[in-house]
Write a new protein. Structure first.
Length: 334
């Protein structure tokens, strides 16, 4: 059995806490710099020691893995400190709120004997795994392009409840870095990090409560000339399924809830996704637990974890390039 500690007890922390319970991981302690976060920790994990910051936690505890679920702008410092202590880290996406902070984490991981895994858990979705296998097996023939969309709903309360979400200095962006980054990661995982990015992002609906974008479009050129189109919005009345569609010379594969493969010879195949059981938001899916189980099982492996900071820099570079093309540098989106 492995042991863990949690730094940051906000919304997404619940899926980590649930995973600890389901997987038999012993939770040694929780740290949060905010009083409401510490109160939430005491309510969610009665009897577990709660600390005012990660430094206090590291002084008193030596878990196998620290899970970092803080706001984006705190990722680099907290994770760097834990790695410097020689303790493994699971960190929520994004890698960091800026490219410079992301590079800091790349270097911190290189200098540490500990592993760092970044939570791009959608790679563990059954549909994503099956789509990757379809492409690796050449089932679609020559890939001609791809389309992806994240069309969800937010309200002013979403930003007002956690003001850091709507600020460039803390979140590092909006829709692209906070919601759509998982889909951008899947695009670069399936087709390679883009060699060219063209995109636009803007705030159409929530400008009165947020500095950052709530809509974006992008066109990516991947190695070998494959292109993908991305469309995203937080202005919709309801959440739509995240969509990912791949077009090949022999057929089409579509992920929208489940995976549907339709070939030109008339054959079809479907792969269902796992049933959602978490008390967190349903669109987070159930793959956090698969990610966490895999990371904890590989602590003794000599190789770095397969979704590490270098891998996570790709989606950060993708979205930051869209920001560069869309906003003046004075807004602090770098």
């Amino acid at each position: 059995m492995t042991t863990a500690a949690l730094v940051g007890c906000g919304d997404v922390s619940v899926v980590h806490l649930e995973a600890f319970q389901e997987l038999g991981i012993d939770l040694l302690g929780i740290a949060d710099t905010e009083a409401d976060g510490r109160a939430r920790a005491e309510a969610l994990a009665p009897g577990v020691p709660v600390f005012e910051n990660h430094q206090q936690l590291l002084e008193q505890l030596r878990p196998d893995v620290v899970h970092v679920t803080t706001p984006h702008h705190q990722h680099a410092q907290v994770t760097s400190d834990v790695l410097a202590a020689g303790i493994h880290v699971v960190q929520e996406k994004p890698l960091a709120n800026t490219l410079a902070a992301g590079q800091q984490l790349v270097q911190a991981a290189q200098a540490s004997t500990a592993k760092l895994g970044i939570c791009f858990q959608n790679r563990y979705n059954l549909t994503a795994q099956a789509l990757k296998q379809v492409l690796d097996d050449g089932e679609l023939g020559e890939v001609q392009g791809a389309y992806a969309s994240v069309v969800w709903s937010r309200t002013p309360d979403y930003y007002q409840a956690r003001p850091w979400r709507g600020r460039w200095s803390t979140a590092g962006g909006g829709l692209l870095i906070n919601q759509a980054i998982h889909t951008l990661d899947l695009l670069q995982w399936l087709f390679g990090e883009p060699v060219e990015v063209r995109g636009q992002a803007a705030s159409l609906r929530y400008g009165e409560v947020s500095e950052v974008e709530d809509v974006a479009t992008a066109w990516f050129t991947h190695p070998g000339g494959i292109t993908s189109t991305f469309v995203g919005s937080l202005t919709n009345a309801v959440h739509r399924n995240v969509e990912l569609e791949v077009y090949g010379s022999k057929g089409v594969a579509t992920v929208a809830g489940g995976l549907h493969v339709r070939l030109l010879d008339g054959s079809t195949r479907d792969v269902a996704e796992r049933v959602i059981t978490t008390t967190g938001r349903s669109y987070w899916g159930l793959s956090h637990q698969a990610f966490i189980a895999d990371f904890h099982s590989r602590l003794d492996d000599p190789e770095p974890f397969w979704i590490g900071p270098g891998e996570a820099m790709a989606s950060l570079r993708m979205l930051k390039e869209v920001y560069r093309q869309s906003f003046d540098e004075s807004v602090g989106h770098q």
